[in-house]
Design a protein around this ligand. Sequence first.
Ligand SMILES: [Zn+2]
Length: 347
Amino acid sequence: MIPISLRMKFDNSVMLMAYLKGGSTLYRSFLLIVGLLLIPINGLASSEEDIVEQRMSYYTQFEEELIPWHFLAAIDQYERNLQTVRKDIPKREGFLAIQFSDEYWSGALNPEKNDTIPETICYFDGMGMDGNGDGIASRQDDTDVIVSMAHYLSKFGTTDEDFKLALWEYYGSEEAVNQIFAIANLYQHFKTTLLDAHTFPIPTRYDYSYKGTWGASRGWGGRRIHEGTDIFAGYGTPVVSTSYGVVEVKGWNQFGGWRIGIRDNHNSYHYYAHLGSYHKDITVGDIVEPGTVLGYVGSSGYGKEGTSGKFPPHLHYGIYKFNGRSQWAFDPYPSLLQWERQAKKAT
Ligand SMILES: [Zn+2]
């Protein structure tokens, strides 16, 4: 019998009735399996934590094959990030966001673009697999999708380098590889995918001021519009990371002076410029979280290395989103207002 707790979760009463009425053992086993697979869909996945937990159960199934959960989780999150900003990519229904193209799923030369027959998919060298044992390789099925992706990764091996190569083959883009690898690093480090918290880049107990200056023309370096928000504060005021992320860039840039770039788990690159100095412990590749001190406010930039004092001290903060094709700036001002409110409430 099915334990009571499980039965409670069966929303599909027809299936439950069919199960209780009997039938062949094989048929009953089949219904049980289908029923168990339906639990994630019909179960009470109301809160964000529940959804995160459900997703995790998909990622962690391949430990025996030594495919780290954070590899699969990072690919899934990367694709979810794309689907939130790209109008030409449909949002995938279900717990997972991974979407295979016709070509990848069915095989490039397969005349049936939406093939679901494992044998013909295999014949045409497609990646689609039947993961849940229902005889169909369906892109609509989360289990089929995750098993297909895990199988693809396993062909390359299980190390970080193997993973990068698999990503390169699949996405054909260095930016995609870097972005997904950064997400995987964060997930592995923090042992969770719940990394959505943010904070204001200046601890709110310090004096600072800022306003929305998106698109204003700049004073130096030709015709560039202002892609970010300037937060004015005194020399030496700490600058903290607004997000979870990996330090991607650190060093001098003629426009930004001493700047630092952080890649987060939402395909965003956070850019902190005109610093007076860096925090002594921060180096490229480091993992940071909201509130980690990156450096200190200054007025560096607008010239050769070490140039300083050409404008009042401030932090220039920008966010660039990678959408799978290009990286574009978006106005961080609304987010800053929100993070500031949250930071003030927390103190
Ligand atoms: Zn600025």
